[in-house]
Design a protein around this ligand. Structure first.
Ligand code: ADP
Ligand code: MG
Length: 690
């Protein structure tokens, strides 16, 4: 049960003043459903604005407040931006540019001929200056006086800075007094403020001490929760599985296992033979051969008369796994079935029966395999592919599906540095596939200036004409997702037009995060089956399909991606026997760090090395423009803070667990509050009587 004193923080945002149905969707999209979320929606940065008389007085990139006269409105055809032309005292004209739904409000805000005051960042777009989505618009200057310095919050479509700031302010009025969970000695040594004070300060200005304290709280909650899981797992009963090796011996794989694969299998075998359930993470780069390792683990279960389930993050991946595994076990008599959300009727019934009577020994599927209707005769091993899509909470729920706690093997291709491994998988043992199967061709990686876009497009054209397939990746970099999608759509339109002359096989498909899943799946499928030659995508293809015929990848604005992400993307090519190429397009004005990052991509294909370097480069204070969500399980702590504070939090959590494993002392009680605050309450629930 959540402690009562946290209740005000967990009240729904929907109950706040001024939150109607129009705001609830955008708030939800940002994950701001409770007051706590608003309180922790910390500013991305703080902006200082200068009042200028004329646009010429401001530098490109500067945040300004200026009085203007509205001249005219220009809608563009199709999905292009909506522009309002305004002029300053000197008669210089600048465009106010709006994308998506924001255009509607722009139509009303700027009656032609009238005067308006605007606050926003002056940008250069080609030859013309523009302000994209002005931050504030008012009829008189006084209304903007309070906006000369203010926090900048992450937004989603339908929200403005002013709205978010007002909601955050309301949430901050409801902060309760919480007991201190940080060790007093550490608090004093660091000079950190109390929890309440820290939150208020973090919204007011750049306050490193306040932000560090808040980040530490989150890291401590995470470490503590992972340790609770681990302790609880140790005390839980699983079924020791030995296996007689008969099925593994009957396998006829077309290759010999690598040393790393054999080592990992031995580690897994050791775990599964124990009474305590296995909790192991298998880390291995794309192509390192995780599937064969997973199969060996599953066969240990089957040899012992039990069942295994493999969970994949998407429908397509599930199907690919089922096919691969079925091929691998040919001749052994092992029964493998596929179950996804799409299966209905008789086929689904038959699968459910087979699971119940044990005739199906290995089930592969999406999360549909854990629905209540799906009952197993004796599920003893759960394998989760592409682990990072699932949180620890879900992971736990899955293993509880078995009558006794199932052994759990999680697999990830995301190479993460050791410190982050600790943060994300601290409760798990880790096996690493640090050796690639022999014969892998290196991917020819080149850095190309965006100036040469036309040549690149021509090159892609030749590749497609020769029957090859290619990926074209557009970045997610702007504050509003819709703007990125608009850019990807524009790129898709351009490429479709270029390659529409019939000489080039297949169509050009587009996938991005705001497409309905069935549409996205259908597009992916046309690409996977070779019906489409080119796939234009935002980073949604990061975890995804295996199309060996796709041997070319173009990544636009590559400098905006993290190394780990680039590596992950690049891993989509080089999967077949053909030679593969990856073109990294770089924009103008590449920073030193950006240059270093791209050079590293050219130099190495070792995911673990890239991950370590990535952390080093990001820790160096490089601003990425956007936080890459999904990289870490944290919403407050950034990379730098993780590197500095996680080891401390880890030690502190260990100390607390050693002294008070049941969290019964006064500090233990405060720590429980902390766990609930960060919704790591699955940790608390594992405590007896928690
Ligand atoms: P991952 O899931 O780790 O990205 P896969 O399991 O899909 O990698 O394996 C990638 C490819 O390498 C597959 O075609 C697989 O058959 C092959 N492979 C796996 N292990 C070996 C090995 N030891 N030697 C040669 N090829 C291998
Ligand atoms: Mg795989």
């Amino acid at each position: 049960m959540r402690p009562d004193l946290l209740n005000p923080l967990f009240a729904e945002t929907a109950g706040l003043k001024g939150v109607g149905s129009a705001l609830s969707r955008p708030l939800e999209r940002l994950g701001l459903t409770r007051l706590r979320d608003l309180a922790y929606h910390l500013p991305d940065r703080f902006v200082a604005r200068r009042v200028v008389q004329r646009f010429d007085d401001a530098a490109v990139g500067e945040n300004i407040v200026i009085g203007v006269t509205v001249r005219e409105h220009r809608a563009s055809a199709g999905r292009g931006p909506y522009r309002v032309l305004v002029e300053d005292q000197a008669g210089d004209v600048v465009a106010l540019t709006y994308f998506g739904r924001a255009s509607y409000s722009a139509k009303k805000l700027f009656p032609p001929g009238e005067k308006r005051w605007i606050a926003g960042r002056l940008d250069q777009f080609g030859q013309t200056r523009q302000i994209v989505h002005p931050d504030h618009v008012a009829e008189d200057s006084a209304a903007l006086a309070g906006h000369l310095a203010e926090p900048v919050y992450a937004l989603s479509e339908g929200l403005t800075q002013g709205r978010v700031a007002a909601l955050v302010a309301q949430a901050l009025e409801h902060l309760p007094t919480l007991p201190e969970w940080i060790e007093p000695g550490l608090l004093a040594q660091k000079g950190w403020p109390g929890w309440c004070e820290a939150l208020l300060a973090a919204h007011k200005g750049s306050d490193a001490l306040a932000r560090d304290r808040l980040a530490y709280d989150e890291l401590l909650a995470n470490s503590l929760a992972l340790m609770l899981v681990r302790a609880s797992n140790r005390s839980r009963r699983g079924v020791p599985l030995q296996g007689d090796g008969s099925l593994r011996a009957a396998l006829k794989l077309p290759f010999a296992l690598t040393g790393a694969q054999m080592r990992s299998i031995a580690e897994i075998e050791g775990d599964m033979a124990q009474g305590a359930p296995m909790l192991r993470l298998l880390q291995g780069d794309v192509g390192s051969g995780k599937t064969a390792v997973a199969l060996h683990a599953m066969l240990i279960a089957v040899e012992s008369g039990a069942q295994a389930a493999l969970l994949a993050p998407t429908e397509i991946l599930a199907r690919q796994h089922a096919e691969t595994l079925t091929r691998m076990v040919a001749g052994t008599g092992v029964q493998i079935a596929l179950l996804t959300g799409r299966d209905k009727g008789r086929a689904r019934e038959a699968t459910l029966m087979g699971l119940l009577d044990g005739s199906i020994q290995i089930l592969v599927g999406t999360h549909a395999i854990f629905q209540d209707a799906v009952a197993y005769k004796h599920l003893a091993l759960v394998v989760i592919d592409e682990q990072h899509r699932f949180g620890v909470g879900q992971r736990l729920m899955l293993t509880q599906k078995a009558k006794t706690t199932a052994h759990c093997l999680a697999m990830t291709a995301t190479p993460i540095p050791r410190t982050l491994t600790l943060a994300q998988y601290g409760e798990m043992d880790v096996s690493r596939l640090d050796e690639m199967p022999p014969g892998r061709q290196p991917i020819d990686t080149r850095v190309v200036s965006t100036d040469r876009l036309d040549e690149v497009i021509a090159g892609v054209g030749r590749h497609l004409a020769a029957g090859g397939q290619a990926y074209w990746v557009c970045p997610m970099v702007r504050e509003l997702e819709t703007e990125d999608i608009a850019a990807a759509e524009a790129r898709h339109a351009l490429l479709s037009e270029r390659f529409a002359n019939g000489t080039i096989g297949g169509g050009v498909e587009l996938v991005h995060g705001q497409l309905r899943p069935e549409i996205k799946d259908a597009a992916m499928e046309r690409f996977a089956t070779g019906k489409a030659g080119l796939l234009v995508a935002t980073t949604v293809i990061e975890v995804g399909v295996d199309v060996p015929n796709a041997t070319l990848m173009v990544i636009e604005q590559a400098e905006r991606f993290g190394l780990a992400q680039l590596h992950q993307l690049r891993g989509r090519v080089g999967r077949g026997t053909g030679k593969s190429t990856c073109l990294l397009l770089r924009g103008e004005g590449l920073s030193e760090v950006g240059r270093e990052r791209l050079a590293l991509m050219r130099e190495t294909q070792d995911g673990f090395r890239l991950a370590e370097e990535d952390l080093r480069l990001r820790g160096g204070g490089e601003l990425l423009g956007t936080r890459q969500s999904g990289d870490t399980p944290f919403r407050v702590a950034d990379f730098d803070q993780i590197a500095r504070l996680l080891p401390l939090a880890h030690d502190d959590a260990r100390l607390l667990m050693d002294r008070d494993g049941g969290l019964d002392s006064a500090r233990g009680a405060a720590a429980r509050v902390l766990l609930y605050l960060f919704e790591r309450d699955w940790g608390v629930q594992l405590l007896r009587g928690g």
